[in-house]
Design a protein around this ligand. Structure first.
Ligand code: BES
Ligand code: MN
Ligand code: MN
Length: 447
């Protein structure tokens, strides 16, 4: 039987199991969904057993999310590949905004909608389906590693890699958690940004005071916070924090020069709204740092008494460029905030999550094997692209196993709305992604 025929035979079941996984709200970042994340890990473990794994374990370290490690031992003389994805998902952003409920997977126009349908339960099922296509006996050794706290910045991943070092060692790693330029154009992601974020709190007053009695002489913390946050960008919209790495574009791809209209449409920019920053779009989103305010804790407009706000806080997210270092960037951000806090307001900066950036040169046999497999599955050549998002596992794994080839792939497309409302998976892309991975296993077995 050809690999293509075998893959066609497992797709319906894989899609059904993807739906099963999407129904579990595994929002690890929300303590109310801790049990769901455990249920989701158990389901992944069950899928791995069903796909013929010789051993399946659910592993965790203190305070961390459950991860699944399953193994298919290498046939004599064959290499071992590590297949990575994550089973935790982002919060929904408000179920009421979704066209259909986020945890009820629904098909519309060839796409499967649901939280995690793309990010990254599709990655989980890509691996499972590729293994099923080999009836549980892949031609090379396979270790499946599905983590449960990626969306929280993988805080216990380094400890997990230390605790299970020998179990996770591999010659090649496939990270199925990224996106492609189009539904029929496969990508190898060769650079990712890192992330540091922190909670910034500004305090001005011991307690709220009448804004007319004291205002004009006493300032309020929310205005101080706004002024502080405004210092993060220069007048062009580039990040103004000194000491951060700002790279130049190395690879062309999605969102390239001239593709501004496409970028605007994919991301829903409103008419007349300008892009921020300088340089080509890929340069801005792959190679430059980016700062954003993700949330502010302050009185709600409807409930606000007319008082000066004594304290306010914000969640600041800083994407860092390939070549930068999370600890150095966190330090630079903190120094910048301390230097810019207005009016002598009391400032506290509490780091939250961090993950390293990554970049590689896709040179060597495993990359060529991937180029052949992906081109055959998609009918188009592989494009090397960068990515503005972050996957902490990538840098952490590369640091732990420096000899391994790192293939960052996935079945996302520009319309997947990762983390957004109405997240979805293109089902044709899913089929091609499974075939690509199954073909890759065969290519690697050929040596
Ligand atoms: N899968 C994403 C990264 C991604 C986004 C790849 C868009 C391709 C296209 C991943 O799950 C993610 O969201 N990572 C977090 C990591 C952070 C919490 C350290 C991110 O980038 O915000
Ligand atoms: Mn992801
Ligand atoms: Mn994500």
């Amino acid at each position: 039987m050809s690999v293509k025929t075998a893959v066609d035979g497992v797709l319906a079941g894989a899609r059904a199991d993807l739906e099963r996984l999407v129904r579990i709200p595994s929002i690890w970042a929300d303590p109310a969904h801790s049990e769901d994340t455990h249920a989701s890990a158990r389901t992944v473990a069950e899928l791995a057993r069903g796909a013929g794994a010789a051993t399946v374990r659910i592993v965790e370290v203190a305070g961390g999310a459950p991860a699944v490690v399953a193994q298919w031992p290498a046939p004599e003389g064959q290499p071992t590949i590590l297949l990575y994805a994550h089973h935790d998902v982002q919060p929904t952003g408000g179920d009421e905004h979704w066209t259909t409920p986020p945890f009820e997977p629904t098909e519309r126009d060839g796409r499967l909608y649901g939280r995690g349908a793309a990010d990254d339960k599709a990655g989980v099922l890509t691996h499972i389906a590729a293994l099923r296509a080999y009836a549980g006996r892949p031609p090379i050794g396979v270790t499946l590693f599905i983590e449960g706290e990626e969306e929280s910045g993988s805080p216990t991943l380094p400890a997990l890699l230390r605790a299970h070092h020998d179990l996770l060692a591999a010659d090649v790693v496939v990270i199925a958690d990224a996106a492609n330029p189009a539904v029929d154009v496969p990508a190898l992601t060769t650079s990712l940004r890192g992330l540091v974020d922190c909670v910034v709190e500004v305090a001005m007053l011991e307690h709220p005071v009448h804004s007319g009695m004291a205002g004009g002489a006493a300032g309020d913390a929310l205005t101080a916070l706004c002024r502080l946050l405004a210092s993060l960008h220069d007048e062009h919209g580039d990040v103004a924090v000194p000491g951060l790495v700002r790279g130049e574009r190395t690879a062309a791809g999605v969102g390239d020069d001239g593709a501004e209209a496409e970028f605007r449409a994919n991301n829903g920019l409103l008419d007349g709204v300008e892009l921020i920053g300088c340089g080509s779009i890929p340069e801005r989103i792959w190679c430059h740092p980016a700062a954003a305010i993700l949330g502010i804790d302050a009185p709600r407009v409807a409930d606000a008494p007319n008082v000066l706000v004594p304290r306010a806080r914000a969640l600041v997210s800083l994407r860092i460029a390939p070549g930068d270092d999370p600890a150095a960037a966190q330090h630079a951000l903190t120094e910048h905030l301390q230097a810019h806090v207005p009016w002598g307001a009391q400032l506290t900066v509490v780091p939250r999550t961090g993950g390293g950036p990554f970049s590689l040169e896709a040179i060597g046999d495993p990359y060529d094997a991937a180029r052949r497999a992906f081109a055959e599955a998609y009918g188009n050549d592989v494009r090397e692209i960068g990515m503005g998002g972050s996957i902490p596992f990538v840098a952490e794994f590369a640091r732990t196993f420096p000899g391994a080839a790192v293939l960052v792939t996935g079945v996302g497309d520009p319309a997947s709305h990762w983390h957004g409302i109405d997240e979805s998976l293109h089902l044709g892309m899913f089929a091609r992604g499974v075939l690509a991975e199954a073909l890759l296993l065969a290519e690697l077995a050929r040596g």
